[in-house]
Design a protein around this ligand. Structure first.
Ligand code: FE2
Length: 259
């Protein structure tokens, strides 16, 4: 069992994120990458379902044709691509594979929900997308399977921004309406200079407080930046919000951490 030291815990509480280098060995990263390659090799995505996962409101509203593919992704392995059409081979343009990876395809000791490759993500708080009633704590676990650098899309954070509340929520629209999701509230404009880059080496784990503002830039380099990420949600004393765009299913509920 790995514990945070008191100073690491304090740093996490102050900044809203914490880097733990060397969480996975290089061999463990390779094993995970090989598993992802197998999944990608077998992928078969209908043309109209080539949707991108976007945290940006306008983009989100545009993706209507693929809404069902997105909204029903909670218990399946689904593929989300970079914006635009395929200028590069599909396996190179994957933005995210989600959201049922943890349940179906990973060994039982590696549960989780998503895998990102060349992901550009606009500033956001994870608790805008994953929330309970009342709002319980959300913790993101982000593991670099390759070095994440300034050039290939490392994470950027606004340290301490996790204390000012959640600015918006992505909610599911009534069944059958288009678009299938909308936002309550809006993401305020953020001063670019407040963001601190967080390059990490392969195998590092980044802990992300559910309310800390973070982003990643587009990967314009020729080095991929694979990461495996999943979220832990506080279940005690809360219910999963029926408004949440992502819903567990009876066949495959969210796996409990403590049983
Ligand atoms: Fe995030």
């Amino acid at each position: 069992m790995v514990y945070l030291s008191p100073s690491q815990l304090q740093k996490f509480q102050e900044d809203g994120f914490l880097v733990l280098e060397g969480f996975l060995s290089a061999d463990e990263c390779v094993t995970m990458q090989e598993r992802i390659s197998e999944i990608v090799a077998k992928m078969d995505v209908p043309l109209h379902c080539r949707t991108e996962f976007s945290t940006q409101e306008e983009e989100q509203l545009k993706a209507q044709g693929s809404t069902d593919y997105f909204l029903s992704s909670g218990d399946k392995i689904r593929f989300f691509f970079e914006k635009g059409n395929f200028l590069v081979p599909p396996e190179k343009s994957i933005n995210k594979i989600g959201h049922g990876l943890g349940q179906e395809s990973w060994p039982p000791d590696a549960r989780g929900g998503a895998e990102y490759v060349h992901l550009q993500v606009t500033p956001h708080q994870d608790a805008s997308f994953l929330y309970t009633e009342p709002l319980g704590r959300v913790l993101g676990m982000w593991i670099a399977l390759e070095d994440a650098t300034l050039e290939n899309g490392c994470l950027w954070f606004i340290p301490g921004s996790h204390t000012s509340g959640v600015s918006r929520r992505m909610v599911r629209a009534p069944a059958g309406s288009a678009p299938g999701t909308s936002f309550l509230g809006s993401e305020p404009a953020r001063e670019n200079s407040l963001f601190v880059p967080t390059p990490v080496r392969r195998g590092a784990l980044v802990l992300i407080h559910g309310e800390v503002v973070h982003k990643s830039e587009q990967n314009l380099s020729d080095h991929s930046r694979q990461a495996y990420t999943f979220h832990l949600m506080e279940a005690s004393g809360t219910v999963w919000s029926p408004e949440n765009w992502l819903q567990p299913t009876a066949e495959l509920p969210f796996p409990p951490l403590y049983t």
